[in-house]
Design a protein around this ligand. Structure first.
Ligand SMILES: Nc1ncnc2c1ncn2[C@@H]1O[C@H](COP(=O)(O)OP(=O)(O)O)[C@@H](O)[C@H]1O
Ligand SMILES: [Mg+2]
Length: 257
């Protein structure tokens, strides 16, 4: 699987300007443990600038652990994580976040006793940038309506939007989004994916973790599939979306259309 990551690197490389043409994010041979238990094994993948990459796999495959490895929350035991020209392997999470990596965590974790607005204010990047709270409210008017409501009283879909808004006000160049459709009804899932599609159109780079393969493949450019901590498939998203038998083989029967 390292070959695919390297191929992407080579395809996008231009010796004239290596900082802008190398992938924004590249994992190479990453091994990550929880204590003595090895979870990720030789994981290599990349996300190019402006690219949406789906990271698929069944429950327990190691998707969240991959995001935690990138973010420095569970640092890899071996291998490297490169982000925007920096080898960030082993860096503390706050430093990696400061480089412009935004995180929309699984389960949306937020300060439930704080209002929508207060959650956004806590996350807002003091250095500023194109995403201000006003701009988030413009793009997600529902959040503006709910600005005074405690986030613990928002619905699952509203919380997911707040989690995305909160990541955006830190003005990330790369967004790591973990299972945005989890626990949401189909209409709300459409809303959340509409926002992700808009972010894609405006050139944001996204690593999108999903169990719902077909949903993520609709907006992704490329996809990786993890199984038991290993990358078992990588390639163009459209190719995988068109081959449901392959998805079934890779991900068992958990296909939701
Ligand atoms: N904090 C932890 N301590 C020990 N094992 C963990 C921990 N978090 C996750 N795991 C285990 O690591 C494996 C991968 O988990 P995870 O990355 O959360 O998978 P996914 O996000 O694909 O569902 C699972 O077997 C899970 O039980
Ligand atoms: Mg997970």
């Amino acid at each position: 699987m390292r070959i695919w990551a390297k191929a992407c690197w080579i395809m996008s490389s231009d010796p004239g300007d290596s900082t802008t043409t190398k992938p924004l994010l590249a994992l190479d041979g990453v091994y990550t443990n929880y204590g003595k238990i090895r979870i990720l094994r030789d994981v290599s993948m990349s996300v190019g600038r402006g690219e949406v990459v789906a990271l698929l796999g069944l429950n327990g495959a190691g998707k969240t652990t991959t995001l935690r490895s990138i973010l420095g929350l569970t640092p890899p035991r071996a291998g490297t994580v490169r982000y925007d020209g920096h080898d960030v392997t082993g860096w503390p999470a706050y430093k990696i976040a400061r480089l412009g990596v935004g995180y929309v965590p699984e389960g949306r974790r937020m300060f439930k006793d704080l209002s929508t607005l207060e959650n956004l204010q806590l996350a807002e990047n003091a250095r500023g940038g194109e995403w201000t709270i006003a701009r988030v409210f413009e793009h997600l008017p529902k959040l503006n309506e709910l600005r005074g409501r405690k986030s613990g009283r928002l619905s699952g879909g509203e919380q997911e939007m707040l989690a995305i808004g909160r990541a955006l006000v830190s003005n990330p160049r790369l967004l790591l989004v973990d299972e945005p459709s989890q626990g949401l009804g189909p209409l709300i899932v459409e809303d959340v994916y509409r926002i992700l599609t808009e972010l894609k159109k405006t050139g944001h780079s996204i690593l999108l973790v999903e169990q719902n393969a077909l949903l993520a493949l609709r907006i992704a450019d490329r996809a990786y599939v993890l199984d038991s901590g290993r990358v078992v498939h990588s390639g163009p998203a459209a190719e995988l979306a068109a081959d449901q038998n392959r998805i079934r083989t890779l991900m068992g029967l958990e296909i939701k259309v």
